[in-house]
Design a protein around this ligand. Structure first.
Ligand SMILES: O=C(O)CCC(=O)C(=O)O
Length: 365
């Protein structure tokens, strides 16, 4: 194998990791669209994304545009409350509590309710799909990855209830959760809070420039009482060349704002010390012709293609539940929920398990 090939070859899971490096996809913007389109980032914002590995864009959405998303989250919490109640796990459904309190109350009565909500694979609500394929968002993403855009299989609704260690995400690079083959694929994330995300309620922190070498540092599994992989400060300094003092950026994002993240940049979220739940969504995209690194057999969802300007995402295929999305409604409330508050995933097999907890113990090979 030549040196150049070595640089691009994904390390086989069974072999010791090769020194894989793919910096250029993370550093060089594609040709910018010639047309002016709503939602496009400024030249300086595009440059920042590629130089620093992140960019915060305030006022990307109007509050009323995010209202359906808040309502869909409330509906999910309501469904969870009904399910827990039916299963005899809780006595009070806390129907009077609002979006920013109710899950905390459910979690008090049934510890782990917030985790059950995180792992719920109920259909992605229409409001989430509309946000993910929002015209303005895709216009911004086009500036980062080009005119062919697919939604990545990994999306999350984060339910950061106050002082809940299990929901505080430690330092990681997103590609550490995927197969090594996707290292050469730029997969920008839009991290979208459903309230003002602040230091107090657990906003994100980024190590700016940590993507520049285009490598995935060695992570370990699993941090504290979580199912998350983690990369140590020492390892980020050594392998990614990060300076923990100079490169640390705390990204407060006001409601309506978006934090765009590069999948190679190290980031984490802070603990929530407020009395409200810090809800957020993280949504990802990539060029459909590149490896996604997803472990399962689900496909990407094509959202735009240069060949067909009128193309619309085929959600039925993505969700594999055509009947449920055909009429635009989410009539999936009857789907069984798994009420076991632990989470396992294939990323646990990619990295050494150095700390066992309820999540790793339930891992089947
Ligand atoms: O929202 C959070 O707390 C963490 C999000 C995150 O790490 C991610 O989107 O990759």
């Amino acid at each position: 194998m030549t040196t150049a090939e070595e640089n691009y070859a994904p390390p086989c899971l069974k072999k010791p990791a090769l020194p894989v490096r793919c910096p250029e996809v993370y550093l060089n913007p594609p040709a910018q669209p010639r047309d002016k389109k709503p939602g496009q980032l400024s030249k300086a914002q595009v440059e920042q994304f590629f130089r620093d590995g992140y960019v915060v864009v305030d006022e990307f959405f109007q509050p009323e545009e995010l209202q359906p998303v808040r309502e869909a989250v409330a509906e999910r919490v309501d469904h969870l409350a009904e399910t827990l109640h039916r299963a005899g796990k809780i006595k009070d459904k806390h129907e009077e509590a609002g979006l920013f309190q109710r899950l905390t109350l459910l979690d008090k009565e049934f510890p782990g309710a917030a985790i059950v909500l995180v792992k719920s694979r109920r259909n992605m609500p229409k409001a989430f799909r509309d946000l993910w394929s929002h015209e303005r968002l895709l216009n911004a993403v086009e500036q980062l990855i080009g005119p062919d855009i697919a939604g990545h299989q990994v999306w999350n609704l984060r339910t950061k209830t106050p002082t809940n260690e299990a929901l505080t995400v430690p330092w990681h690079q997103d590609n550490a959760y995927l197969l090594p083959e996707c290292l050469g694929t730029l997969q920008p994330t839009a991290w979208i809070p459903l309230l003002d995300a602040t230091v107090r309620n657990g906003c994100m922190q980024v190590l700016k420039g940590g993507h520049r070498k285009g490598v995935t540092a060695t992570h370990t599994c699993c941090a504290g009482g979580t199912w998350y992989v983690e990369v140590s400060e020492k390892e980020m300094e050594k392998t990614l060349g990060c300076d923990m003092k100079k490169d640390l950026v705390t990204c407060e994002v006001p409601y309506g704002g978006v934090l765009f993240l590069n999948n190679c940049v190290p980031h984490r979220s802070l603990e929530n010390y407020s009395d409200e739940i810090r809800w957020s969504l993280d949504l990802r995209w990539q060029d459909p012709n590149k490896p996604s690194g997803f472990w399962g057999d689900k496909d990407l969802v094509l959202m735009r293609t240069a060949k067909d300007p009128g193309y619309k995402p085929r959600w039925g295929e993505f969700l594999n539940e055509e009947a449920q999305v055909e009429d635009g409604k989410d009539n999936s409330a009857d789907l069984e929920e798994d009420l076991e508050p632990s989470i396992q995933g294939p990323w646990m097999l990619r990295w050494e398990i150095v700390h066992h907890n309820r999540h790793t113990r339930a891992l089947k090979s």
